[in-house]
Structure formats: structure tokens, C-alpha cells
Write a protein that binds this ligand. Structure first.
Ligand code: GLN
Length: 486
């Protein structure tokens, strides 16, 4: 097996047995990045200096034996909206082009405690607003399976880096689908944890009631390993759940015979690409062979989820992005006439078109006179959407759906039509509105060789169940072992 395609679990064994050193794997991946990043543009910043230094530290820990943790010496890519002390973080926005965080996000502290190796920061849609990574303020990322296509978004850089063999695994963030949809488009595994499971301290806020950090990996076991490292209560994030996460690895391999999976009928309706539908149908047969029982369920408020999401997310974004004022963070216009003009011009020059659109939509939805009609109404719809799921989970153990309505689309195809772009989130954003966990797993390819993903949605804090189901499926298939020819 080529080192570039190695999973965390394999790499752990090789590192512990001293068959390979952290320096070797780090150098192999840095070389791969140097060779391929110009085609894919997955990384905005490559940690050329930090990575070898951290690999050296990891090597010492592994040498001592007792100091080694599951992620010691494992090279990872981190989405560029997660703070790492001393490493530039842009959120793919011109407004933060030269920003260097003075502290680590909690997830980074946890990875560092284990001795991970940082390979770099990955490209994304500006402030995580988008579904294709074309909204990056710098340049879009390309899909490693077909560089004419988008990798999905907003964590497109992270998903592309995993698919292209430019890291062992990555972290992304998911507000309305941004881990799962790019994972599906790039043929890798993406897990969006339950709201409150993973600390957001040090994650740049987009929509605070929806954002979660999660793993993007080559297989389900790796998702369990990475989730174990980052999950758990953090007093620095007031929305973090004061719960001890279960052992995500111990249940992998358990039988799923007799389990009940729900098929939400609204997710298999008009607008679903026929090749995606066929892959889902084939996946269903695999699950049936494993003894899973299927049942049709209804999530009747699905039709309203895009509208509710695109009111709530921009409303929260408009408030969160008020902090970029040219005074405290990032870009400041060069020759402002006065203070007010300084604010105007700094924001005008620093933010891209989609971010401005969201700030305007969000400010409008929150403004006096419109708040009740839009924002408050959307919050009520959100409650109904959550109730749909609660009801479904009284009948079934988890839900099976497509992750996205289509495979990866072409660059430029939707970028001028925001509504079409927003519709790419149709199967993912209800999960965020309801605060639930969901995982996307590779489940096939189109005739043109583009990956297709299936999504499993579980009840709150049901990550262990989702991982067990996904792992059982993955063991019966080989979709996750395929690699693009870059
Ligand atoms: N595509 C969605 C949006 O544009 C979701 C983004 C995300 O999950 N960060 O808001």
C-alpha cells in the first residue's frame, strides 16, 4: 500500500512497531502535497516548518513507548477556521488573510496532547458559507476524482486532502452539511457529531446554534479514532454537553442483525439523481443481507428545512461577523476618511459576495418588524423539524438517506445561482437544525467515476450506533478503498 493512502489505524501499528517513523510519513505526505496541491488546491497553508518539528517530538514519545497515544505521529490536515496558535488562519477570507491566532482551539489542544502532526490548514468556502469551496476568497479547491468538478463544501479542502492522499485524515466543520457533503463528493467518510459533543472553543463562529467540528477520514474506524480524540466536555464552550463520551471503538464489529433503519420518504422523492438513487438501492441490499429491517418513515417538515436554515444561519452569521470591523481583527482599509467609512470600506474590501449576501439576509431577518415573520418563524419550524426526527426515532434505530441529491457538479455550474447551491444541502441541513449526529460513507460511483455517499442519521449522542452501522456496511463493500488517479 502506498503511504499516501494509509489509514490512521494502519499507521498506528506501523508507528508503534517502529516500522516507520513519524518523520518518514510526514515527509512522504509533504512531498505528496508539494507534488499535487497545485492541481487540487486543498491546502491554503502548508506547515513546512511545524510538521517536521512535531514529527520529531512524536518520534521521541514513540521511542519511550509509554508516552504514546492513539494519534502520536499521525499527520492531519485542519480546516482553516480552527485556531492553531502561531499558524496563519484565514477562514478563506481576505479579511483574515494575515491573521495569526494567539491561542489553540480545544480540539487542537487535544490533538496536540496526543502528539499529532500538523500538515497544514485546508481551503474552504469563505467563513464556511457554501457547498462547493468556490466561495474561497483565494481560489477554489478541485475534486481529486475529476478536477473539472467541485469537491463540495464548505470543508472541500479537508475532504480533497484526504481523498488525494495529502494527509492521513482531517478535521472539518459542519453547519448545514459541510463535512458530509464534501465527504460524499470526494469518496471519503465524514462525521457530523451531535451538537454539544465536540467543543467549538477556537472554531470561528458561523452560525453558533448549528456549527460542529468533526472528522473526515478514509474509513469508519478512523472516524471513530479521531472522534474519540476530540469529543467530550469543555468548560470553555458553554454549549458543550457535560457528558462522558462512550468508547466509540469497542462496538465496531458488532452485529447489526435485527436493527431497524428508517427510509424518510421525503428524501427519496423528486430531485434525486438517478445514479445516486441506484447506489442507495444497492446499499439497501447490503444492509438487508446483514439482517437490517427497513421501514418507510416520514419527516413531513423536510420541505421547509432549506428555508428555515437559510434564515437562521445567515441571521446568526450576520451577528457573528459583526466583529470583523477593521479595528480588532484582520484587514483594515488603507486610507479611511473617517471612522464610519473605515468600517464600511474594511468590510467592503475584506468580505466576498456570498458572505455579504448572508450578512444582508441575516440582518434583514433580524430587523425590527421582520423578526417575527422570518427569524422567529424559522425557529418554530426548526422545532417542528426536530419533532419529526424525535418521532421517527421512536420507530427506528437510525435513518438511511443519500448525503447529497447529486454527485459532484462542475466548477462554475451553480456558483452564479445561490438557490441551486443552497439546494445541495437538502438532505443535510435538517440534521443541524435538529442538533443530531450523522455520518456520510462512500456507497458507489457514477458511470463517470464520481463517488456517491450515503448518510446515516442517528438520535442525539448516538454516534456509537452510527459508527457501528457504518462499519458493518463498510466491511461488506470496497468503495472506501478506491483512490483517484491524480
Ligand atoms: N452549504 C451550507 C451553507 O452554505 C452549509 C455550510 C456549512 O455546513 N458550513 O451554509
Amino acid at each position: 500500500m502506498k503511504l499516501q493512502n494509509i489509514t490512521i489505524s494502519r499507521l498506528q501499528k506501523l508507528l508503534l512497531n517502529r516500522k516507520i517513523s513519524p518523520q518518514e510519513i510526514t515527509q512522504a505526505l509533504l512531498a505528496r502535497i508539494r507534488e499535487k496541491n497545485s492541481r487540487v488546491n486543498a491546502y491554503l497553508t502548508v506547515a513546512e516548518d511545524e510538521a517536521p518539528a512535531q514529527a520529531g517530538v512524536a518520534d521521541k514519545r514513540l521511542g519511550k513507548g509509554d508516552g504514546a497515544c492513539p494519534l502520536t505521529g499521525i499527520p492531519l490536515a485542519i480546516k482553516d477556521n480552527i485556531c492553531i496558535k502561531g499558524v496563519r488562519m484565514t477562514c478563506a477570507s481576505k479579511i483574515l488573510e494575515h491573521y495569526v491566532p494567539p491561542y489553540n482551539a480545544t480540539v487542537i489542544e487535544r490533538l496536540s496532547d496526543q502528539g499529532y502532526v500538523l500538515l497544514g490548514k485546508t481551503n474552504m468556502d469563505e467563513f464556511a458559507m457554501g457547498s462547493s469551496t468556490e466561495n474561497s476568497g483565494f481560489a477554489p479547491t478541485r475534486n481529486p476524482w475529476d478536477t473539472r468538478c467541485v469537491p463540495g463544501g464548505s470543508s472541500g479542502g479537508s475532504a480533497a486532502a484526504v481523498a488525494a492522499g495529502m494527509c492521513a485524515a482531517a478535521l472539518g466543520s459542519d453547519t448545514g452539511g459541510s463535512i458530509r457533503q464534501p465527504a460524499a463528493f470526494c469518496g471519503v467518510v465524514g462525521l457530523k457529531p451531535t451538537y454539544g459533543l465536540v467543543s467549538r472553543y477556537g472554531l470561528v463562529a458561523f452560525a453558533s446554534s448549528l456549527d460542529q467540528i468533526g472528522p473526515i477520514t478514509r474509513d469508519v474506524r478512523d472516524a471513530a479514532i479521531l472522534l474519540s480524540a476530540i469529543a467530550g466536555h469543555d468548560p470553555r464552550d458553554s454549549t458543550s454537553a457535560p457528558k462522558q463520551p462512550p468508547d466509540y471503538l469497542s462496538k465496531l464489529g458488532q452485529s447489526i442483525n435485527g436493527l431497524r433503519l428508517g427510509l424518510p420518504k421525503e428524501y427519496f422523492a423528486e430531485g434525486l439523481d438517478p445514479e445516486v438513487a441506484a447506489s442507495l438501492e444497492a446499499a439497501r441490499e447490503v444492509f438487508s443481507r446483514l439482517g437490517v429491517q427497513f421501514q418507510e418513515v416520514s419527516l413531513p417538515h423536510t420541505d421547509y428545512s432549506i428555508a428555515a436554515y437559510y434564515l437562521i444561519a445567515p441571521a446568526e452569521a450576520s451577528s457573528n461577523l459583526a466583529r470583523y470591523d477593521g479595528v480588532r481583527y484582520g484587514h483594515r482599509t488603507s486610507k479611511p476618511k473617517n471612522l464610519l467609512q473605515m468600517y464600511y470600506d474594511s468590510r467592503e474590501e475584506g468580505f466576498g459576495a456570498e458572505v455579504k449576501r448572508r450578512i444582508m439576509l441575516g440582518t434583514y431577518a433580524l430587523s425590527a418588524g421582520y423578526y417575527d415573520a422570518y427569524y422567529l418563524k424559522a425557529q418554530k419550524v426548526r422545532t417542528l423539524i426536530k419533532r419529526d426526527f424525535d418521532l421517527a426515532f421512536t420507530e427506528v434505530d437510525a435513518l438511511l438517506t443519500p448525503t447529497a441529491p447529486s454527485p459532484a457538479f462542475r466548477l462554475g455550474e451553480k456558483v452564479t445561482d445561490p438557490l441551486q447551491m443552497y439546494l445541495s444541502d437538502i438532505y443535510t441541513n435538517s440534521v443541524n437544525l435538529a442538533g443530531l449526529p450523522a455520518i456520510s460513507v462512500p456507497c458507489g460511483f457514477t458511470a463517470n467515476g464520481l463517488p456517491v455517499g450515503l448518510q446515516l442519521i442517528g438520535p442525539a449522542f448516538g454516534e456509537d450506533r452510527l459508527l457501528t452501522i457504518a462499519y458493518a456496511y463498510e466491511r461488506e463493500t470496497d468503495w472506501h478503498t478506491r483512490r483517484p488517479n491524480l
